[in-house]
Unconditional design. Structure first.
Length: 366
């Protein structure tokens, strides 16, 4: 049995990132249960909510032992001093980490714990985040700790297959699309850019990241972006009929845009595009090759591939691939020295954050 079983983990945040919610099937608690970790503590200022989440998990007899001795703390430092976990998962809104006002990452590393951080890195200015990230990286090296950022597409089987198909080829164009059913997004944080950074920084960040992962770095000076601004007036192009939160309490400048489109050049000379479509998708073109990613969030992601002179489309299906489980497993294996497959380091994620902020800011300025 792998030594990752029994790893003492602390969860920062008792919300959807760590425990699941209406937005989708992504949560760390269920994956850590399957991996055999032990949840030593949960940190959340809403201690009653945190205890409720723990009690719900304990009610499942199959994994009750994972939560048997879980303690609840309102304060991160208090938990670190008393519990001394092996690894910490940070799953709180980006406004509350990744900056000098809320230096959660530095606190965790100073305590000698390994760190898994959910995206996006922050909601602070890019210059501050870049400086902060350098301190995180220096401390990681000094303490010889593992740090991983949760860009799960990098761990997907479809991502691995794309890498294989692109071997020896130079991508010429990448087009990514992200669309969500807004009526089913009840979290007030996602409707206020002051808290989440906006839909490009918070949600479409996965598509900006997989673009960098597959094609390379972006020439930031070439980013062109436009958006449809929010409106509360029926009939306006930016009006949405079934918003599940009260947008009147959100300052106008913080209401999230309704649509974005962005274009850029990669440093390789390839073209990049991120915009709206009927679904979440990625399409990559190279000489003699077209790859389409279909339903990447579903239980059966697919690749649609055209190669050479053939008009016959080849379909690759990846049924049952749990990229969230894979990224958590690879992190814990690295913690125990059983692997080194961390596919997104903190410093790497800074470039994704900078790209999404650039897309957002250029659109806001025009």
């Amino acid at each position: 049995m792998s030594s990752i079983a029994g790893t003492r983990v602390a969860l920062i945040g008792a919300g959807a990132v760590n425990f699941g919610g209406a937005e989708g099937p992504w949560d760390h608690a269920s994956r850590l249960e399957k991996l055999g970790a032990v949840i030593a503590a949960v940190v959340d200022p809403l201690v009653a909510k945190a205890q409720e989440k723990i009690d719900e998990r304990r009610a499942n007899k199959e994994y009750a032992h994972v939560w048997d001795k879980t303690e609840v703390y309102a304060d991160l430092q208090d938990m670190l001093d008393n519990v001394k976990p092996t690894a910490v998962f940070i799953g709180v809104p980006p406004t509350f980490h990744g900056c000098y006002k809320y230096p959660l990452e530095l606190q965790v590393l100073r305590a000698g714990a390994h760190l898994f951080l959910e995206k996006p890195l922050s909601n602070a200015p890019v210059d501050e985040v870049t400086k902060y990230a350098a301190e995180v990286e220096a401390l990681r090296k000094e303490k010889k700790l593992v740090v991983s950022v949760g860009y799960m597409f990098r761990y997907s089987l479809f991502g691995e297959k794309i890498k294989e198909l692109l071997k020896g080829k130079k991508p010429v164009c990448l087009m990514a699309r992200y669309n969500c059913t807004y009526a089913h997004i009840p979290s007030p944080f996602w409707w206020n850019s002051e808290h989440c950074g906006g839909p490009i920084v918070e949600q479409a960040t996965h598509f900006a990241d997989i673009a960098r992962y597959l094609v390379g770095e972006v020439d930031m000076d070439t980013v062109y972006s436009r958006s449809v601004k929010a409106s509360l007036t029926p009939g306006d192009i930016g009006y949405l009929e079934k918003v599940p939160v009260d947008e009147t309490i959100v300052p106008p400048e913080n209401r999230v845009p309704r649509a974005h489109v962005a274009n850029w050049y990669f440093k390789s000379g390839a073209l990049g595009n991120l915009g709206e479509a009927y679904d979440a998708s990625v399409e990559i073109m190279a000489d003699g090759l077209r790859i389409g990613v279909v339903k990447p969030y579903s239980e059966t992601p697919m690749l649609k591939v055209l190669q050479g002179d053939s008009d016959e489309e080849i379909t690759f299906e990846f049924s049952g691939d749990d990229m969230y489980l894979t990224e958590d497993r690879e992190f814990l294996m690295a913690v125990h020295g059983e692997g080194q497959d961390i596919r997104c380091q903190y410093q790497d994620a800074v470039n994704t954050y900078a790209l999404t902020c650039k897309i957002r800011d250029v659109a806001l300025a025009n």
